[in-house]
Write a protein that binds this ligand. Structure first.
Ligand SMILES: [Zn+2]
Length: 354
């Protein structure tokens, strides 16, 4: 008779990019076929299992769990009471030889294709779950990813001007640190490698190990993109939004031209490819771009003059006037359009975009 593990755990919600999923993280590896989940005497059948054998649930199952927990709290008169499900399961065995995922040669062998690379990274995680007290050895692959002792992958970014000194496709993290005493930092949040069948939604190409080696991939909204594809897509989208969806609703297309400017707010980080705009309109120049959640609008010195106070006194937002420039922060596109139009009605009262 097999010994079964019993745990009491709460179902957590996971943001999947295009919706939510329920998930229960167990203390050990589990054999999926043996996992039984019971909540208040009722069985919940998992929708799927992750590679640890831990159960995933549908968005509806997750919501039902939340509703029942709320009901449970009301009944108990305790709004912080936690409702736990009972999970009974048989522990999974992990018996992949350590040499395949925790040595330089084992890791090198996995770099042939994405399937093997993902399997190697998965094995590192499985090992940690099966042997929580035994840390993994640490490596750097392609000079840009740190495989840490917990089975995570972190991105290494160079911080100085000089190139990093890289000792091969795979090297120990200690060696990498000795060769690069400064000049790099580790980005937070971790990196996940695209699955072997994943396709970049922009260019339609399957990802390969070379993509990861030369052109790291980004994970956004539940999808993987080539870094360069994502930046290009994002830049085009910004241009479309600031021209077609904003400026062209204020000025006729023939009455303005524009140049792209470097991002005036995010510098040297993952949003720095999103441009700002210098619009040359028939009434003068305007600089615009996103700053976090507001659009910065600055009418330049050569823009026809208007009275900021009179127009925007009632607006409780950041405003400025300096060297003949006038600026305001707009909370979103609709507000930006409203401000641009307000000014236009003063400086060019007979103008119509239609
Ligand atoms: Zn692509």
């Amino acid at each position: 008779m097999k010994v079964l593990d019993v745990e009491w755990k709460r179902m957590e919600a996971r943001d999947m990019g295009d919706g939510f999923q329920g998930h229960i993280t167990l203390d050990k590896l589990a054999i999926p076929d043996t996992v039984k989940v019971t909540l208040l005497g009722e069985t919940i059948i998992p929708a799927s299992f992750d590679f640890y054998g831990h159960p995933n649930f549908t968005e509806e199952q997750q919501m039902l769990y939340t509703f029942k927990e709320e009901e449970f709290r009301r009944k108990n008169g305790d709004k912080y009471a936690v409702l736990e499900a009972e999970i009974v399961y048989e522990e999974g065995i992990f018996d992949v030889p350590r040499s395949r995922f925790d040595t330089i040669s084992g890791i090198e062998n996995s770099l042939k294709n994405l399937f093997d690379l993902n399997e190697m990274l998965e094995n590192r995680k499985l090992f940690c779950k099966a042997n929580p007290k035994e840390p993994l050895r640490e490596f750097v692959i392609f000079g840009c990813f740190w495989l840490d002792q917990f089975g995570q992958v972190m991105t290494i970014q160079k911080s100085g001007e000089e190139a990093l000194r890289i000792g091969g496709e795979v090297e120990s993290y200690d060696e990498f640190c000795q060769n690069n005493t400064k000049g790099f930092f580790i980005t937070t949040g971790g990196y996940s490698v695209p699955a072997e069948n994943a396709v970049c939604p922009c260019c339609g190409k399957h990802f390969t190990v070379d993509d990861i080696r030369n052109n790291p991939c980004v994970y956004k909204n539940g999808k993987y993109y080539h870094d360069s594809c994502w930046r290009d897509y994002r830049r085009h989208k910004e241009v479309y939004q600031f021209t077609h969806q904003l400026m062209s609703l204020v000025y006729q297309d023939a009455d303005y031209q524009f140049e792209l400017l470097p991002n005036g707010y995010w510098q040297g980080d993952s949003n720095s490819h999103i441009p700002w705009f210098l619009f040359h309109t028939i009434d003068g120049d305007i600089i615009m771009g996103w700053r976090k959640r507001v659009i910065s609008i600055e009418w330049q010195k050569n823009y026809k003059p208007f009275d900021m106070k009179e127009l925007f006194d009632a607006e409780d937002v950041t405003k400025w006037e300096e060297d003949g420039k006038r600026g305001i922060h707009a909370w979103g596109e609709d507000k930006a359009r409203e401000y641009l139009q307000k000014v236009l009605e003063i400086v060019n009262p007979d103008y119509s975009v239609w």
